[in-house]
Design a protein around this ligand. Structure first.
Ligand code: XUL
Ligand code: CO
Length: 446
């Protein structure tokens, strides 16, 4: 019998697709990178180390195109076998072939992306143990690492009223058991981080909800998860991924500012950071760069879920990133914050329902990867070769006066501040020059 190739499996799923290579912006090869040159050094680091791209198991290998109005459209060959273990193995072969062909360093999963949830907890656990043994081999053979793992605590009907925030203790306990398994698998696979996205940790109606109790339960579960993982030797970072709504009307991890206040209140600041997702930011009526800046200013910028929303509607459409201007403004924030450290850029994005070819998965990722790489080059160019930072700093120049310094240090009373104002009189109007800044950024988009 032929030896199984652990990188590509014993069957090639993406036939005819080569290892995607960098060919430069003049290339018209759709299966080549135009901007992502992994070894190219930008500001002292390779692009690969700056961007730390990850493929999301759920959208790319599990999402079948079904939506509330129609049936699945994507007939993936790794779903041919109905046996649970075989299907999980085939899916993993396809996933590692795909990630390896893209040449990306990381992947991310929910527990029940790796396997279908079984008819019992014991069976689900057995399936997870088996596939994670296989994942160890696949990771070793390919060099692909696990950026983060997480538990799907929102799809099963038992979680319809929440997981850690469920009003029924029995469900909370079940969620704890599932969370423990997901942590075990993440640790077993050398996962660098662990994500909490509170899909149904929120409410549909305040009339039947004790919000204070539910939020306290959420914090309790996070403490238990952290204590358990640390006791098992996990050294990575925990991330909370803010999202304001969907599937619940209101989610407790509404946005970056809300999550930071929650981490402070419940003493979780040392172990947790934020995983900022583009389309979650826009759902919260923020820009992606706003959410990144809020996280960065608190020293809590952990990781990114990359995608984009749609200007014409408010949903979480999870499209692949291709908005260059949005990403340039965001990468500026990331670079000024010192870059991404523990985390990475995970493509939490899905091809459209009518993008039904296997090749579409490549086009989607190549486009997202290149848009980020291009944004990185442009943002670095702006920082190196323009007055952008200097001009912004100059806007606050008046704070170098001795009175302003005393104000910043908390050495002025309101009374003293009022006296200073009286000696100055009516301040001059100083333009914010927004259009000037916009033009400056635009000049570098090339
Ligand atoms: C849902 C979402 C999740 C998390 C992981 O909007 O973003 O896929 O990233 O649970
Ligand atoms: Co996400």
């Amino acid at each position: 019998m032929a030896k199984i190739n652990l990188t590509t499996g014993d069957r090639e799923y993406f036939q005819g697709v080569p290892r995607i290579k960098y060919e430069g912006r003049e290339s018209d090869n759709p299966f080549a990178y135009k901007f992502y040159n992994e070894e190219q050094v930008v500001a002292g680091k390779t692009m690969k180390d700056h961007l730390r791209f990850a493929v999301a198991y759920w959208h790319s290998f599990c999402g079948n195109g079904g939506d509330p109005f129609g049936s699945p459209t994507k007939i993936f060959p790794w779903f041919e076998h109905t046996d649970a273990d075989q299907q999980a193995k085939d899916k993993m072969d396809a996933a590692f072939e795909f990630i390896t062909k893209l040449g990306l360093p990381f992947y991310c999963f929910h527990d029940f992306d790796l396997v279908n949830e079984g008819p019992s907890f014991t069976e689900s656990t057995r399936r997870l143990e088996k596939i994670s043994d296989y994942a160890i081999e696949k990771q070793k053979a390919s060099g692909v690492q696990l950026l983060w793992g997480t538990a799907n605590l929102f799809s099963n009907p038992r979680y319809m009223n929440g997981a850690a925030t469920n009003p029924d203790f029995n469900v909370v306990a079940y969620a704890g058991a599932q969370l423990k398994n997901a942590l075990d698998v993440t640790i077993k696979l050398g996962g660098l981080n662990y994500v909490f996205w509170g899909g149904r940790e929120g409410y549909m109606s305040l009339l039947n909800t004790n919000m204070k109790k539910e939020v306290e339960h959420l914090a309790r579960m996070l403490h238990m998860a952290k204590d358990y993982a640390r006791s098992q030797g996990f050294k990575g970072t925990f991330f909370i991924e803010p999202k304001p709504m969907e599937p619940t009307k209101h989610q407790y991890d509404f946005d970056a500012a809300t999550v930071i206040a929650f981490l402070r209140e419940f003493d979780l600041m040392n172990d947790f950071k934020l995983n900022i997702e583009v389309n979650h930011a826009t759902l919260a009526q923020h820009t992606f760069s706003h959410e990144l800046q809020v996280a960065a200013d608190a020293g809590l910028l952990g990781s990114i879920d990359a995608n984009r929303g749609d200007y014409q509607n408010g949903w979480d459409t999870d499209q692949f990133p291709n908005n260059l201007l949005e990403l340039v403004e965001s990468v500026l924030v990331i670079l000024e914050a010192g870059g991404i450290k523990d985390g990475g850029i995970n493509f939490d994005a899905k091809t459209r329902r009518n993008s039904t070819d296997l090749d579409d998965l490549f086009h989607a990722h190549i486009g997202g990867i290149d848009t980020f790489a291009r944004a990185l080059l442009i943002a670095q160019d702006i920082l190196n070769n323009s007055d952008y930072r200097k001009l912004r700093a100059q806007r606050y120049e008046s704070f170098s006066s001795s009175d302003a310094q005393a104000f910043e240090k908390g050495e002025l009373s309101l009374d003293q501040l009022a006296k200073i104002s009286q000696s100055i009189g009516e301040p001059e109007m100083i333009s914010g020059r927004q259009e000037f800044y916009e033009n400056l950024i635009n000049r570098f988009i090339k």
